[in-house]
Design a protein around this ligand. Sequence first.
Ligand SMILES: [Zn+2]
Ligand SMILES: [Zn+2]
Length: 355
Amino acid sequence: MRTMKAMVLEEPKKFVYQDVPVPSINSEEVLIKVKYCGICGSDWGSYQGKYAEEVACLPLITGHEFWGVIEEVGKDVISVKPGDRVAVDICLPCGTCYYCRRGEPLLCGSFAQIGIHVNGAFAEYVKAPARNCYILPDEIDDYAAAFIEPLTACINASRKMNCELGASVAVIGAGLGTIHALLAKLRGAAPVIVIDSQQKRLETAKAMSADYVIDITKTPDAVAEVMKLTDGVGVDYVIEAVGKSQTYEQAFKMIRRGGKLEAFGICSDDDLAKLPPAAFVLQEKKIGGSCAGIGHDWEVAIALLQYKRVDPHPLISMIVPLRELEQSLNELQQNKDLVKVLVSPEISERIILIQ
Ligand SMILES: [Zn+2]
Ligand SMILES: [Zn+2]
């Protein structure tokens, strides 16, 4: 049996670098040689055992922000061929449940995602259904291609938020928040405000997308600052891209009467936030959420990268060998200057892109 190197999350807080069988494919699947797989904030949550539903899937090869080159295709596959560079829609909705049949596959009753619920790409190979694969145009370079999955999640949120020309938008969190801010700007939002505690991240946000940045280490009352920047009105939209109860509470206070909070940051299962129900009625404040990108979001992400509407390079901090995954997860927690770290099964030394 052919084997490959993989990082297996055996139980919370325990990755084991080991040889495992190369995945075997059915007639409608493809085998992909992994080139790069980004580390997501949610990978830290999975590693810590924060989400009960995911712990139930262990042991598992995680890693969902990937692209690669097709090595082998099942006998019924005609849409892609060996040698194609592909990005993969990681969503595996069942197609037959109540939600799938009403066209809301992200809410599927038995929803699974590659690298979260079934084996993913912190390995030399990953398998996927051929219908989930999107061929990458040459204009998208190897590092940018690893940014497609997180970009699809931001695109899905942006579409649901649906901000209009001239809408004011605040984003809490300058990791993927910087991309949310950029998408808001592409939709004509003005002004766009980004809030974070890390100076370096805020500098990147300012360079890429934000009209204003608020550094909460210098200006702790971010709500008051947003009010000041909007003449006491509040913003039309806030995106919470951190995943903490406290920042959700702040986000709700920043929106104007009739405004909307778009929920993106993932809290733990048992986190609770205090929100005044009266504000839903008397101030007509709204909340929506969005959990992932799916389907056409992949085509949108590819177009935005191909035509350089989005350039993710300022957010890609370094590339690390597969065996350094666990170490890098910890580094990402300790060093908030790091934003996106990519894992490569093909290198043995790390490559630092941004100091
Ligand atoms: Zn992710
Ligand atoms: Zn379903």
